[in-house]
Design a protein. Sequence first.
Length: 274
Amino acid sequence: MTDYVADFRAHGYAIVRGFFSPAEVAAIGAAMDQVYAEGVAHGRSFRHGNLFYTVRPGPDGAPHVPMVQWPSYHVALLNQTRLDPRWATLLEPLIGRDIKQIINQLHWKLPDRSGDFAWHQDAKSRRPAEAYRNLGSSYVQTGLAIDPHNPGSGGMRFIPGSHTRGALPLDPAASLGRSPEDSALDAAGLSPEDQVDLILEPGDIALWSPYLVHASGTNTATHLRRFYINGYVRAEDCDRGEWSFRDGQPVALGAEQALVHYEQLRERPEPHFV
């Protein structure tokens, strides 16, 4: 394993190869396929508390599911994956042993379907701002490649070192479904020439800072691109999220969902279409 801690701090991201085995990746991929089929069956966006299926019509009019949030309430294997003790060991040098989680997402990019993300920083989506302290040093976003993740499959692109610039004028709300444009980097005082492609094989993981500027393009490959994202945060610096690890040990989900991003969780927790 390379010195991922040094890479993360210097460049704003790091890569760890072979974090999950081929057999584990196959099982996680099968669980993702199950969740995707559920989203298609719903036919349109559907919420049950923090569990949220984003469903949109594809070019052929059939339902497409680009993202599902918090599937771990619903699928045991995905919950076990986010709580795997290897995460605790990996994250401890970066954010300690007491860790919450505010992102638990599945992402799919189908071949030749839209699914671009324009240049953005995750930090601006951490709302309300007062619930997140020391965001630059307390939060780590992670992504597990289930399929080959590269420019051809619409993989992520990073601007190394951009995490040191703090908040930049890049709107995350306007990023989904928009292609990455060099003009956005120019406007933020960044050079398009600095961008690098994230290249992962199944089982590899990437870690990145909430202030790292990143984007992704269209999947032009012949295969599906699945990506499992989990965002972890030092517990003492976050008032929201589900516990993942206490003193380095996995924490089971409680009987009641924790407040994460869905502001109406207590007022409208029941299943409903959106």
